[in-house]
Design a protein around this ligand. Structure first.
Ligand SMILES: *[C@@H]1O[C@H](CO)[C@@H](O)[C@H](O)[C@H]1NC(C)=O
Ligand SMILES: *[C@@H]1O[C@H](CO)[C@@H](O)[C@H](O)[C@H]1NC(C)=O
Ligand SMILES: *[C@@H]1O[C@H](CO)[C@@H](O)[C@H](O)[C@H]1NC(C)=O
Ligand SMILES: *[C@@H]1O[C@H](CO)[C@@H](O)[C@H](O)[C@H]1NC(C)=O
Ligand SMILES: *[C@@H]1O[C@H](CO)[C@@H](O)[C@H](O)[C@H]1NC(C)=O
Ligand SMILES: *[C@@H]1O[C@H](CO)[C@@H](O)[C@H](O)[C@H]1NC(C)=O
Length: 358
């Protein structure tokens, strides 16, 4: 895909985020007739992808009897301009409390307790019909539950997804969301479980090709890279070094990047609009991943490093920062800068129950 189509793509993504009325049919771009000598190497056309929280899949897309046409149109428009549909990762924090129930009548059920908290999510056979609303040929990454350490549960979900989706639609399974935040995993203890599960699922379901995306971790790399402890963090590279691909089950890896956060006061203080739109800060942040991107591409191939979730301000955004035009500029800049570092796909994560596209 050329940078121009990429730019058009991103405008669409921005439109989705800004709620803006942007008349794309009248957008005219001018540029050189031939690729300039300093053009980048070929980019993965599904660079601008999406991560949809499992428990809120229907909040975004609806279901077969009540589809969300706005969301579906946005994805169709993206597909029309890039030539391929955006990849959709069904996952996130709710994936670690999502269970398969073959007898459930509704597609998706969220167990909300009396305090309003979401306790868990169950999916039934109709769920795959909801997924079927996505543009034809949409690739799906399905995030399985690792946190409960229940292999049978993860296996049942993997099997249901494989049987419920058209052949070839699944591009990868992930096992666990942000496992660097639970069970005190080290690269070794994570890998000993993750690798066994990935191998067993591959064998039991007769998966012919490597089908797992490893890591899905969220902690930023410690800087500088040679700081003691920097290499003991759980991430794509340390999981591979610990043997997660010793049985050739890994097709790619993913890490999450949230440049700012309002999860705690020190980080809230720097989550400002001037910082958000500062390109130097943005580049310094994504540059932290350069050694990992290089290593993963060497080990798994050119399109193996994915940002499986990202957005500007974690813990649900910040008023006056993540709901501004500056956010749109940040999104465009982040996507193109990450592409320049050889990140292949970036799945923007856009919240949960109350937020959806807005
Ligand atoms: C589809 O969504 C509608 C509206 O939320 C809901 O009433 C219905 O039960 C859902 N159907 C299935 C099969 O989940
Ligand atoms: C979901 O959570 C509720 C409340 O804790 C519990 O009663 C129910 O068994 C859970 N569902 C599953 C499938 O684990
Ligand atoms: C593990 O998952 C299976 C399949 O969903 C379920 O039947 C079983 O109760 C789960 N075990 C535990 C300890 O939750
Ligand atoms: C993986 O498969 C092997 C061989 O079938 C079995 O012995 C082992 O218990 C399985 N591991 C898990 C975590 O289910
Ligand atoms: C942008 O961030 C860099 C690095 O922190 C800083 O040196 C620079 O002063 C900032 N620029 C502006 C305009 O604030
Ligand atoms: C990105 O990949 C290309 C081709 O594989 C390589 O020439 C380039 O140096 C890489 N860029 C970075 C920043 O590593």
């Amino acid at each position: 895909m050329t940078l121009m189509t990429m730019f058009t793509t991103l405008l669409l993504v921005l439109a989705a985020h800004l709620d803006a009325v942007l008349s794309l049919s009248t957008l005219k771009l001018s540029g050189p007739a031939n690729l300039p000598n300093d053009a980048s190497h070929a980019l993965q056309p599904s660079l601008a992808s999406f991560s949809i929280e499992t428990g809120f899949f229907e909040t975004f897309f609806g279901n077969a009897t009540a589809p969300n046409q706005l969301s579906l149109n946005l994805l169709e428009n993206l597909k029309a301009r890039t030539g391929v549909p955006a990849e959709i990762r069904i996952g996130g924090i709710t994936a670690d409390s999502t269970y398969w129930d073959p007898g459930q009548k509704v597609a998706l059920f969220n167990f909300i307790d009396s305090t309003g908290a979401l306790r868990n999510t169950t999916l039934g056979p109709q769920f795959w019909k909801s997924v079927g609303l996505l543009p034809t040929d949409t690739k799906i990454v399905m995030n399985l539950d690792l946190h409960n350490l229940n292999y049978t549960g993860a296996f049942d979900m993997a099997k249901a997804a494989l049987q419920g989706l058209p052949s070839g639609q699944l591009s990868a399974f992930e096992i666990g969301n942000e496992p660097d935040h639970y069970l005190s995993f080290t690269p070794q203890s994570y890998t000993s479980i993750w690798e066994t599960w990935a191998k067993n699922i591959s064998q039991s379901l007769h998966l012919q090709t490597p089908s797992f995306r490893v890591a899905a971790t969220v902690e930023d790399p410690i800087w500088p890279y040679d700081t003691p402890g920097a290499s003991s963090a759980l991430d794509c590279v340390s999981a591979l070094a610990a043997g997660s691909n010793k049985d050739h089950v890994v097709n790619s890896c993913s890490e999450h990047t949230y440049q700012y956060s309002v999860c705690d006061p020190p980080r809230t203080a720097v989550a400002t609009l001037p910082n958000l739109v500062n390109h130097t800060r943005l580049a310094m942040y994504l540059d932290l991943w350069q050694p990992r991107i290089k290593s993963v591409r060497q080990q798994l191939g050119d399109h193996a490093f994915n940002i499986g979730e990202y957005n500007s301000v974690s813990c649900s955004g910040k008023d006056g920062v993540s709901n501004t035009f500056g956010q749109a500029l940040w999104l465009l800049d982040t996507t193109l800068y990450a592409a320049s570092l050889n990140v292949s796909r970036q799945a923007i994560w856009s919240g949960s129950l109350q937020t959806d596209w807005k």
